[in-house]
Ligand binder design. Structure first.
Ligand SMILES: Cc1ncc(C[n+]2csc(CCOP(=O)(O)OP(=O)(O)O)c2C)c(N)n1
Ligand SMILES: [Mg+2]
Length: 321
């Protein structure tokens, strides 16, 4: 990988992390009145996605969707304003953190209902196929969403109709506080199960940036050239509590040791060290990137704070009406 590409990936990851760290920092102020599901620790997958996807392609995501929205090019000010419930938010302040959308960049929505956005993503792929647009549709989902019936219906439909869908499963081992070991039979591979449904699959270590990049790029190329679905499963780990700004390693569903083991693999930190070792010039470039992003994030929070709340008359008006 060229050092320019690695720097771009660093920029993407740092930006996503900085936004979510700022959310965590401001959350206790009580001004963000919606639940937040942070994906700190999981940034490498959306960062790679940002560098490999085309702006015309569609994407949908889940309750843990900030990173995917940003990676697809979603407007940062509108996302923070949405979390603050302001009228300048991407869903006019009516949806909050779990209802992100930016039609300007074909980020078509996120949902609080686990599995709910999967058939929407498949439907978008059907529309692209019918209109022969050569777009692909990317569906972000968690490991828990593969336990929803609608996941199987959607994968089956995509396989039968040969739809250009890229499923990107971020397997962070948990659904809320339940590890995979109490939810699925021992030894099952989610990707193998999907493969058995007639869909091409690949599995990757979400902490290995070069291989994640290659795997993602290859899958996107395959979907675009064949027009058929592809399922990616990346291992990753969420650092913060399932829902909220804090940490929850003390409540008994996972150990501090396990958390520290995964945290040591931090793709952002590791990439930064790798780049810093390469040259003094790169080190100063990273410093500049960080301060630019820090300022951008600060401005987004200021924008959200200074924006008005929606007026009562807009309560029943559609977001895109
Ligand atoms: C249909 C449905 N069932 C249960 C829930 C409660 N719930 C919210 S998030 C979540 C966990 C989903 O786990 P996963 O898909 O692995 O995503 P992660 O939170 O790990 O990113 C659950 C069960 C819900 N929102 N919707
Ligand atoms: Mg999960």
């Amino acid at each position: 990988m060229t050092s320019n590409l690695l720097i771009d990936l660093f920029r993407q990851m740092y930006r996503i992390r900085a936004v979510e760290e700022a959310i965590a920092h401001h959350y206790p102020e009580g001004k963000m009145r919606c639940p937040v599901h942070l994906s700190i620790g999981q940034e490498s997958i959306p960062a790679v996605f940002a560098q490999t996807i085309s702006s015309d392609d569609f994407a949908v995501s889940t309750h843990r969707g900030h990173a995917h929205y940003l990676a697809k090019g979603g407007n940062l000010n509108s996302m923070i304003a949405e979390i603050y419930g302001k009228s300048t938010g991407c869903a006019k302040g009516k949806g909050g953190s779990m209802h992100l959308i930016d039609l300007d960049v074909n980020f078509m929505g996120t949902s609080a209902i686990v599995g709910n956005s999967i058939p929407i993503g498949v439907g978008l792929a059907l529309s692209a196929q019918l209109k022969r647009t050569n777009q692909i549709s990317c569906v972000f989902l968690g490991d828990g969403a593969t336990e929803e019936g609608v996941f199987y219906e959607s994968v089956n439909f995509a396989a039968v109709r040969k739809l250009p869908v890229l499923f990107i499963c971020e397997n962070n081992l948990y659904s809320v506080y339940s590890p995979l070991s109490v939810r699925q039979p021992k030894g099952r591979s989610i990707a193998k199960m999907v493969e058995a449904m007639g869909v091409e699959v690949a599995v990757g270590d979400g902490h290995n940036i070069p291989s994640t990049y290659e795997t993602m790029q290859n899958a996107i190329d395959r979907v675009r050239t064949t027009g058929t679905p592809f399922f990616l499963e990346f291992s990753t780990y969420r650092w913060r509590e399932h829902c909220g700004h804090g940490f929850d390693n003390d409540i008994g569903y996972r150990t501090q040791e396990e958390f520290l083991e995964w945290q040591a693999k931090d793709p952002l930190n590791n990439l930064e060290h790798q780049l810093q070792e390469s040259s003094f010039h790169v080190t100063s470039a990273l410093g500049k990137i960080k301060s630019e992003i820090d300022l951008e994030v600060e401005n987004a929070f200021e924008f959200a704070e200074n924006s008005p709340f929606p007026v009562r008359a807009e309560a029943y008006v559609g977001v895109y009406a």
